[in-house]
Design a protein around this ligand. Structure first.
Ligand SMILES: Nc1ncnc2c1ncn2[C@@H]1O[C@H](COP(=O)(O)OP(=O)(O)OP(=O)(O)O)[C@@H](O)[C@H]1O
Ligand SMILES: [Mg+2]
Length: 235
């Protein structure tokens, strides 16, 4: 297997704070699904933000599809991220004033390759959004046109999931994506997530406190096993 994502000598600290992450090496294979765990505050979301190109490390390289995203300008990094990464943020990051449909379709506006793949698979971007939302129990036509901030938290989390999956990105990053879902919605979401990743040959990086999910993944890791800064005082 070849690596989709490969990280070397990564160091990261938030401004004015001691180093949070010191990770000599980490790799995620193409098509691999990985469950990442660790205590609250240990740096899981921070690591995902670095791998997804949201933040930049102070040192080290993060190669996604061979491109070192740590070296890209922030504009190029943003573009590269939308093309290749579907990101379910812990806080969802939906645009509140846009409709559900517009939120889900957003990556296709910024990325031609995501729009093309969504069109090839489902006929159109609109249709792709409707199908994904339908699988997540949000198929109601009127709901699609509602403002995102008029939805319940669990509904918003599913909108964020559909937005990450549209257009089949090579890497799906999911930060506590089931935290607001009931058992039925969680089951439907996990089925869709694995099916979409398999179909796209995508790799999945999944963070959760819910240990019962770990056996569903190819590999399970504790952040502390990767991170040499994990023994620092206060963590
Ligand atoms: N935007 C930020 N600015 C400054 N410090 C931050 C920021 N985001 C996180 N931190 C700090 O980095 C550390 C790790 O936070 P992070 O959100 O990565 O943890 P986590 O493992 O995802 O926790 P949780 O399981 O609660 O989501 C914490 O000490 C936090 O205060
Ligand atoms: Mg977090």
């Amino acid at each position: 297997m070849t690596a989709l994502l490969e990280l070397d000598g990564l160091g990261f600290a938030w401004p004015g704070q001691p180093e949070l992450l010191d990770i000599p090496h980490f790799r995620l294979q193409r098509g691999e699904t990985l469950f990442l765990k660790g205590p609250s505050g240990s740096g899981k979301t921070t690591l995902l933000g670095l791998l997804g190109g949201v933040q930049k490390p102070q040192r080290g390289s993060i190669r996604l599809l061979g491109e070192d995203i740590a070296q890209l300008s922030s504009a190029r990094r943003d573009h590269f991220r939308v093309d290749h990464t579907g990101y379910i943020f812990q806080q969802f990051n939906l645009l509140p004033f846009l409709s559900v449909r517009e939120n889900v379709e957003l990556p296709c506006h910024f990325s031609r390759s995501r729009a093309r793949r969504a069109g090839e698979r489902h006929g159109s971007v609109d249709q792709a959004a409707a199908v994904l939302l339908g699988h997540l129990g949000l198929g109601d036509a009127a709901l699609l046109e509602r403002r995102a901030d008029s939805l319940s938290i669990g509904q918003q989390q599913r909108v964020a999931a559909a937005r990450a999956l549209i257009g089949q990105p090579e890497l799906v990053i999911a930060d506590e994506p089931t935290s607001a879902l009931d058992a039925d919605a969680r089951e439907a979401f996990l089925q869709l997530l694995f099916a979409e990743c398999r179909e796209a040959g995508a790799s999945l990086l999944f963070v959760s406190h819910d240990q019962s999910l770990a056996p569903l993944f190819d590999r399970s890791l504790s952040l502390a096993d990767l991170n040499r800064a994990a023994t620092a005082p206060g963590i």
